[in-house]
Design a protein around this ligand. Structure first.
Ligand SMILES: CC(C)(COP(=O)(O)OP(=O)(O)OC[C@H]1O[C@@H](n2cnc3c(N)ncnc32)[C@H](O)[C@@H]1OP(=O)(O)O)[C@@H](O)C(=O)NCCC(=O)NCCS
Length: 177
C-alpha cells in the first residue's frame, strides 16, 4: 500500500503511526534515511517535492519510500547532442531540459530484506507515469553514488548513465518514459 506523506500529514488518525514508522526506518544509504527523518515533511509543506511511503500489505511495515519532484536538468559538455535532443524532444542545442526527478528511493534494510528492489522501483515508476499522464514529461532521472551494485541495479531496470552532477558527486541516470 502506498500512502503519500501529504495525505498522511492531513489525517490525524494515522499521522502518529506514520511518524513512528518513519522514526524506525533504516536504510543502507544514510542520506536516504536522513532525508525521510529530517527533511521530507518540510519539503512536503513547501511543495518542493512529494514523498510516498510504501507499506507491506501483510505486515503493515514501512518497507520503502520515494520522493518525486520536477526539476531542471542542466547538461554538461560531456553529453552528446543526440542525447540532448532525445531528452528535450525537439532540440539538440538546449542547455537544460525539464525532468521528473526521483530525488530519493530506498528500502528498509531490515524490514524489506525479502522485498525485491525491482518491485519497489516499479511502484515508484507507476507514480511517475501517473504524473506523465497529467503533465507530460519524456524522461525520469535519479542521482546515485557511483557504486557498482547500485548503478547495476538501475541499469538492469532500464536506466542509463548520463553525467555526473555539477559537484562530481552523484551519477545522474535517466530512463525514457
Ligand atoms: C537499491 C535497492 C533498492 C536495490 O534493492 P535490491 O535489488 O533488492 O538489492 P539489495 O538491497 O539486495 O542490494 C543488492 C546489493 O547492493 C548493495 N547495495 C545496495 N545499496 C547500496 C548502497 N547505497 N551502497 C552500497 N551498496 C549498496 C547491497 O549491499 C547488496 O550487496 P550484496 O549483493 O553484496 O548483498 C536497495 O538496495 C536500496 O534501497 N539501497 C539503499 C538506497 C539506495 O542506495 N538508493 C539509491 C540512491 S537514490
Amino acid at each position: 500500500m502506498v500512502i503519500s506523506l501529504k495525505e498522511a500529514s492531513a489525517n490525524t488518525e494515522i499521522i502518529s503511526a506514520v511518524t513512528d514508522a518513519i522514526s524506525k526506518f533504516t536504510c543502507q544509504d544514510k542520506d536516504v534515511e536522513t532525508f525521510l527523518k529530517t527533511k521530507a515533511f518540510e519539503f512536503e509543506r513547501r511543495d518542493k517535492s512529494r514523498t510516498y511511503l510504501i507499506f507491506d500489505d501483510i505486515t503493515g511495515d514501512l518497507i520503502a519510500y520515494f520522493t518525486l519532484s520536477l526539476n531542471a536538468l542542466p547538461f554538461r559538455d560531456t553529453v552528446s547532442k543526440n542525447i540532448v535532443k532525445r531528452i528535450d524532444g525537439f532540440s539538440k542545442d538546449v542547455k537544460a531540459a525539464g525532468i521528473v526527478l526521483i530525488g530519493q528511493f530506498g528500502k528498509d534494510c531490515i524490514l524489506a530484506k525479502h522485498v525485491s528492489g525491482e518491485k519497489l522501483l516499479n511502484t515508484c515508476l507507476e507514480a511517475v507515469y501517473k504524473s506523465q499522464e497529467i503533465i507530460g514529461g519524456r524522461f525520469v532521472m535519479l542521482e546515485c553514488l557511483d557504486v557498482e551494485k547500485v548503478v547495476g541495479f538501475y541499469k538492469k531496470n532500464g536506466f542509463q548513465s548520463l553525467q555526473f552532477d555539477e559537484k562530481d558527486k552523484y551519477l545522474q541516470m535517466i530512463r525514457r518514459l
